[in-house]
Design a protein. Structure first.
Lengths: 82, 375
């Protein structure tokens, strides 16, 4: 059994198994708009492998992190659409 | 083949050529602009777009101060895409010696009518919280500004065209004739005056003029609004800018209206290769990290190079080519062409129309270093 850990997505606590990507945690919280384009169009993940840059979100205060390339750690704070 | 007659032909539609064209058109001259590739596509697009008053020499001060004033005058007319922002420059002292230099720099500016404020360690930290702790201070020059230069060049070309100027693009000048130019499409353009404003390309048209390529690198980041608030330049910048032989880097960071951060700077002679030099790029970014430790966590989205048109005495060439009364130069602006484009244009016009210029033109005349040039 993988360990259960907790992260927050836009302030809401989400439980995920360890080994979960930050992107998967965001999606499992029900959030699908991860960021906005320069002209404020909604954007969501496309490639899931670090190439398309559409899953950028703020991770522990650091903006523009590719969440598909980051594994959740306990207590991680994720913010989308910033 | 076809031929056109102008009062003045401007070769090059970088920011300097564009400003010259706009200034000539404003004087009701018939202007032809010849551009080989695209408006503002050379050093204009590669540089930072910092409108800055410099104290390197009296002549450099005079031209940058006059030009910054002209930009301020023009700023209300600039379209939004030029992104004119009066963010000010902060010259950062890294040690006690440089803090002494800050006091001298302030004295130089204030005695010549340029407002400048000394920042102590705390006020520097308040003004720019992401700078490393413990820096002794700096000098804030609040009226300096930044622009997005390619759009400024396009605006100036449009200003010239609305005054009747004609743009020949894409057209390459293949020959300077006795009264104008011949183009690669076979057309000839004739004019009373021809102005070479081709940046580093100028010496391919007129071999022997004292303009050398000086390569630079820039990096732009993703959007981090507020991360840096002023154009930041290390005071040691001039040590780098003055070295005429060695490759050098100096910390220089600029906030864009978009929230992006432009990071420079590097200077290299004797390189014609436009490829990124990763060794010097690494040095440049390491230098930036010494001033802003958090810069290493930002995401860079693009890096590129460009070539400044450098002269031996760090001043541009503005005026008649010795022995060629109809042929003028407006080039050699090194890293200051965005700032000094507007002043250059006024100095050029005053020479073409034989008027008294607003500032003395002698320090910029090509005759000081271009004796015996023959086309």
């Amino acid at each position: 059994m993988p360990e259960r850990i907790y992260v927050t997505v836009n302030g809401t606590r989400v439980e995920v198994p360890s080994g979960t990507t930050a992107l998967a945690a965001v999606l499992s919280s029900g959030t699908s708009v991860i960021r906005r384009s320069v002209t404020a169009e909604p954007r969501g993940p496309l490639c899931g492998m670090g190439i398309c840059f559409e899953c950028r979100a703020t991770v522990n205060g650091q903006r523009h992190c590719r969440t598909c390339q980051i594994l959740c750690t306990d207590g991680m704070e994720l913010r989308t659409d910033e | 083949m076809s031929s056109s007659v102008y009062d003045v032909i401007i070769i090059g539609a970088g920011i300097v050529g564009a400003a010259c064209a706009a200034a000539c058109a404003a004087e009701k001259m018939r202007v032809g602009i010849v551009e080989a590739q695209m408006i503002g596509g050379g050093a204009t697009a590669a540089g930072m777009g910092h409108l800055v008053v410099m104290d390197d020499s009296e002549a450099q001060f005079a031209l940058t101060h006059y030009s910054r004033y002209l930009w301020q005058e023009l700023s209300a007319e600039l379209p939004g895409d030029v992104e004119y922002e009066r963010c000010g420059t902060v010259w950062i002292a890294a040690d006690g010696d440089e803090m002494q230099a800050v006091a001298h720099k302030r004295q130089f500016y204030e005695s010549r009518g340029v407002h400048a404020e000394i920042l102590d360690s705390q006020s520097l930290s308040d003004a720019e919280p992401n700078l490393r702790e413990g820096l002794p201070g700096g000098l804030l020059v609040p009226d300096d500004a930044v622009i997005y230069s390619p759009c400024a060049a396009r605006f100036l070309v449009e200003l010239a065209r609305s005054g009747g100027a004609q743009l020949h693009l894409p057209c390459v000048v293949t020959e300077l004739t006795s009264d104008g130019v011949r183009l690669n499409n076979g057309a000839t353009l004739s004019a009373r005056f021809t102005v070479i404003a081709g940046g580093t390309w100028s010496s391919t048209l007129l071999p022997g003029i004292a303009v050398k390529k000086r390569k630079g690198h820039l990096v732009i980041t993703d959007r981090y609004p507020g991360f840096v608030r002023h154009q930041l330049v290390e005071l040691g910048y001039l040590k780098s800018a003055h070295s005429m032989t060695k490759d050098s880097v100096a910390f220089n960071a600029q906030p864009r209206k978009t929230g992006q951060l432009l990071i420079g700077s590097s200077r290299q002679f004797d390189s014609d290769d436009a490829a990124i030099d990763h060794t010097i790029l690494r040095r440049m970014l390491a230098r930036a990290e010494q001033f802003i430790p958090g810069i290493a966590r930002l995401s860079a989205i693009r890096s590129w190079t460009g070539f400044r048109a450098a002269t031996p005495d760090k001043l541009p060439l503005i005026g008649a080519v010795p022995g060629r009364d109809h042929l003028f130069l407006a080039t050699g602006h090194e890293g200051l062409g965005i700032t000094t484009s507007l002043g250059t244009a006024q100095l050029l016009v005053s020479q073409l129309l034989q008027r008294t210029p607003e500032i003395p033109v002698d320090p910029y005349l090509p005759s000081r270093i271009c004796e015996g040039v023959h086309a």
